[in-house]
Design a protein around this ligand. Structure first.
Ligand code: NI
Length: 162
């Protein structure tokens, strides 16, 4: 396992549409292991393959730091409700912004054995699923931010800048 270099906003790799995974090879497993290690090392709750420069439809999520989720070729089946909350991205460290997303999502994906699975999430998990799946289509959360992009720790009402 190894920690990979996280690509930052502005890197064209983050604007590309990723390719479907057809088979999980030992190289794919190495990528997945590295993605988990890279995400935990950066204290993130999610990471998508393009963020480590690989244009494959793979993302990893762990919103509790004890429930690792691997999604290959994820596809949103259903959404409902609405939530607005602060969101950040490992590709734009130290920044956050308010994003409105569905409060519930149902996602179909493949596991490491290429067996089809379904996951449902609400609140933070729904937000993480939608954020990571957006990455696979070349989208980043800042496209959806309401108001200002803030430094982490700043109140949303605080528009003062030094
Ligand atoms: Ni992100």
């Amino acid at each position: 396992m190894a920690i990979r270099n996280i690509r930052m906003f502005g890197d064209p790799v983050l604007e590309k549409v990723c390719k479907e995974v057809r088979e999980v090879t030992p190289r794919t497993m190495e990528l997945i292991d590295d993605m988990f290690e890279t995400m935990y090392d950066a204290n993130g709750v999610g990471l998508a393959a393009p963020q480590v420069g690989v244009l494959k439809r793979i993302c990893v999520i762990d919103v509790t730091y004890e429930d690792p989720i691997l999604l290959i070729n994820p596809r949103v089946l259903e959404t409902s409700g609405e939530q607005t909350g602060s969101e950040g991205c490992l590709s734009l460290p130290g920044k956050c912004g308010d994003v409105t997303r569905p409060n519930y999502v149902k996602v179909e994906y493949y596991d490491e054995n290429m067996e089809k699975q379904v996951i449902e999430g609400t609140e933070l998990l729904a937000r993480a699923l939608l954020h990571e799946i957006d990455h696979l289509d070349g989208h980043v959360y800042t496209e959806k931010v309401i108001g200002e992009i803030r430094n982490v720790g700043e109140e949303s009402e605080n528009t003062e800048e030094e």
